[in-house]
Write a protein that binds this ligand. Sequence first.
Ligand code: GLU
Length: 301
Amino acid sequence: MKGFNRYRGRFAPSPTGPLHFGSLVAALGSCLEARAQGGEWLVRMEDVDEPRCSPDVAAAMLRTLERLGFEWDGAVMVQSARKPHYRELLERLKQAGLAYPCGCTRRELADSAIAHDGAAIYPGTCRSGLPPGKAARSWRLRVDDASVTFEDAIQGTIRQQLGRDVGDFVLLRADGYFAYQLAVVADDADQGITHVVRGADLLDSTPRQIHLQRCLGLPTPAYAHLPVALNAQGEKLSKQTLAAAVDAMPAERTLLAALRFLGQAPPQDLGGKASIWAWALANWRLDEVPRERTLGLPAGM
Ligand code: GLU
């Protein structure tokens, strides 16, 4: 049986490029909070967007985490191996009349209003049936007038009216891959995740995930969204924005910088990796994490 009361957290990177400071912050924050609560901490490779991911990158990420001194519980779950589970959830949503096929192309949606995350807010063209001559390309979730409010442990009360703010969103993409929103909800539930600690770039996705959990009768974990590191150009770190790989930096310096970024105050003279971890595990305080969605990257990272 999945431990209901036991804290279980996770770090769920997408292996699209080497681990950078931004992903390290999410790894460290989620790990330290889980350990401070006496809980388990799992790692999951979110390679659901297979064309953008690679097993080599995933393996390198795990090696980097190990080199930095992270220790996770159990086997690493890999999304590309879980398609039958996602398909099953999609079938349940179809049967409940909550998922419908959509024949719209990206170009046809180009004039739609844009949601916070840059995706088009779906205007509802195929909601009551595919227009004549159109074939199904993707599957969407009917959100109607659902609204979601949740209390984020760092960012406070978050409210979203799904129909207005994001629209009917994609569950199965036109290229045949499942959407992140469906995969993450399936995986968090199947892994018995009780607490999600991750970057605030995902804050606007959380109401969609909570709504999906409700549609599927799955439990909703507690959420805490950490500030996201921005580079000097104000961009989120990624392979596209040429973020430096943390592998190229000394582990001690990177860990200390990530702790400070998260509002913790490790002394200068901690010495090696083992003593930094010992200090962090003994002194981690979630309530010291800055209550911001974004923060500038520390110098040298
Ligand atoms: N795979 C997502 C990312 O790397 C994170 C998903 C999550 O933590 O829920 O941005």
